[in-house]
Design a binder for this molecule. Structure first.
Ligand SMILES: Nc1nc2c(ncn2[C@@H]2O[C@H](COP(=O)(O)OP(=O)(O)OP(=O)(O)O)[C@@H](O)[C@H]2O)c(=O)[nH]1
Ligand SMILES: [Mg+2]
Length: 316
């Protein structure tokens, strides 16, 4: 992880435009918070990919949100469609008008979380399978340069997640989307979080797909149990195999069998992030206090004056 960050930071020096691929179903959670610092000063483009799986109304909300931010340009696409992908090439020329021609080829870096569609987009632009793709996180292992035209290079990079995900919901949404490797999260926990959101925001999608009624009034656990029963995910008599039920929910969300759904609005995401940042700051303060106490014990820093103790120097 650290190496990839270093590799990107190193590569960015010689890059003209950075394209950050986001997942249109979780545009806030799929944005790398470290990237803004690393790409500072470079023209950059946010691309909401997999828009064919996302709620179109919400995709519009996110595009307005991003395009309203200073210095940010965003567009949405489906990485397998040629015409919209080609628009990216023109967008890069607009962002770096002084690049082009054999002497000054355009160098574009495509980065984003694992499994978001970076290699697929590159293959679409190239017109053939130049980069390896696959429906799991971590398919691209090393950076690869692909020549789109004599004066246009694309750099495919391995997907990157950041070391500390401080927004709880972001972790769950990344796992639900397929950005986190199979054994690195608990399916049952992720499915319950997903159901919690969907039963509030998209109850009819759940009802239609799993032939259920009144999902908004059920608890997440009741809902997972009901889905398991409907799908025959049973074990030892009439008990539901919750692991299997969870896998069904996640799988059907990923394949858009539940419809085109988006797991966050700009407003929700900003709220979750504010809470996450506050909790993280509190955690950090506690950690600092513990570390300070340790250093005091080791006599590496002076003991702080006790509250109420007289300050002999200033009072004399
Ligand atoms: N429905 C849909 N699927 C897509 C889209 N783009 C990519 N995919 C699928 O998503 C999966 C991951 O695509 P890749 O191109 O391998 O993703 P990547 O970002 O290169 O992934 P890593 O190399 O693992 O970081 C593949 O199964 C693709 O077919 C899209 O716009 N819509
Ligand atoms: Mg890849």
């Amino acid at each position: 992880m650290h190496l990839t960050r270093k590799a990107i930071a190193e590569r960015i020096k010689d890059i003209d435009v950075v394209i950050e691929l986001l997942d249109a179903r979780l545009p806030g959670s799929s944005a790398n918070p470290m990237l803004a610092d690393m790409t500072a000063g470079k023209p950059s483009l946010k691309v909401l990919n997999k828009q064919d799986l996302a709620d179109p109304e919400r995709t519009e909300m996110w595009l307005s949100h991003f395009n309203g931010m200073p210095g940010v340009r965003a567009l949405a696409l489906d990485a397998s469609m040629v015409a919209p992908a080609r628009e990216l090439v023109s967008a890069c020329h607009l962002l770096a008008p002084n690049r082009g021609g054999m002497a000054k080829p355009m160098r574009v870096l495509i980065c984003g979380i694992p499994n978001v569609g970076k290699s697929t987009l590159i293959n679409t632009l190239k017109g053939k399978r130049a980069a390896k793709t696959g429906d799991e996180a971590g398919v691209t292992k090393i950076e690869q340069r692909i020549t789109i035209a004599d004066d246009f290079y694309l750099y495919d990079t391995p997907g990157v997640l950041w070391p500390r995900i401080i927004v709880a919901k972001t972790g769950y949404n990344l796992a639900a989307s397929g950005a986190i490797g199979r054994n690195a999260f608990n399916e049952e926990e992720v499915a319950l979080e997903l159901l919690d959101y969907l039963r509030r925001q998209y109850p009819s999608a759940l009802e239609a797909r799993f032939k259920l009624t009144g999902v908004a009034d059920k608890t997440d656990e009741q809902l997972l149990d009901a889905i398991g029963r409907k799908r025959g995910a049973l074990q030892g008599g009439a008990r539901v195999n919750l692991q299997k039920a969870a896998e069904i929910v996640i799988h059907e969300f990923r394949g858009a069998s539940l419809g085109r759904l988006t797991l966050e609005t700009p407003h929700e995401f900003l709220e979750w992030r504010a809470v996450g940042e506050k909790l993280d700051a509190e955690r950090q303060l506690k950690k600092d206090a513990i570390e300070h106490a340790r250093l005091v014990r080791l006599k590496k820093v002076p003991r702080p004056p006790r509250a109420g103790a007289r300050d002999s120097e200033s009072s004399d």
